[in-house]
Write a new protein. Structure first.
Length: 179
């Protein structure tokens, strides 16, 4: 309910920019659908009005801790500046992805998720693992967020998202990048 725009569009625009910026939505919209939509559009946390100042401060501190953990995690990433697999190229230095030579626009989180999986082909990650390792230590959001990001990622990089060649589901366990 921002003047001239809405928070979901603004969130989507920030996420499309490529740089990771923590987003905490403060809103009067309090239905479960509103919260899920806000988180799926890229918000890291969602707080409805009315809220107390101590809760707001605690949530901001938690976001900053996750950013610190994510920054530390990225410093520890294996050095694989260029990953190539069956027409998919992931360039970590340029944060660029191409499929069959055509550039694919990914959000910062989608890129991080793809890079995390592709730099460890064959290794299976649970949703909780991915939340900890890609979103940041002790991410407090919904595990469903991982499914949503995987589905969006597949829609962008897979020739047939229903039968993925790159990001595969290991039923009852999680996800892996093809070997």
């Amino acid at each position: 309910m921002l003047p001239g725009a809405d928070g979901l569009s603004l969130c989507r625009e920030i996420r499309a920019g490529g740089n990771y910026i923590p987003i905490l939505m403060l809103t009067a919209k309090s239905t479960e659908l509103d919260r899920v939509l806000g988180l799926e559009m890229g918000a890291d946390d969602y707080l409805t009005k009315p809220f107390s100042l101590p809760e707001l401060i605690a949530r901001v501190k938690a976001l900053l801790r996750r950013v610190d953990a994510l920054t530390a995690h990225h410093a520890e990433l294996p050095s694989a500046p260029l990953i190539e697999y069956q027409g998919l190229t992931v360039d970590a230095e340029k944060r660029r992805v191409t499929v069959d030579g055509k550039e694919v626009d990914l959000t910062a989180r989608e890129f991080d998720l793809l890079y995390h999986l592709a730099s460890r082909p064959g290794r299976v990650f649970s949703r909780a693992d991915l939340l900890d390792q890609v979103w940041g230590y002790s991410y407090e959001g919904y595990e469903h967020t991982v499914n949503t990001h995987i589905n969006r990622l597949r829609a962008k990089i897979e020739k047939d998202p229903a039968h993925p060649a790159y990001v595969q589901t290991v039923w009852g366990v999680g996800y892996k990048f093809a070997q």
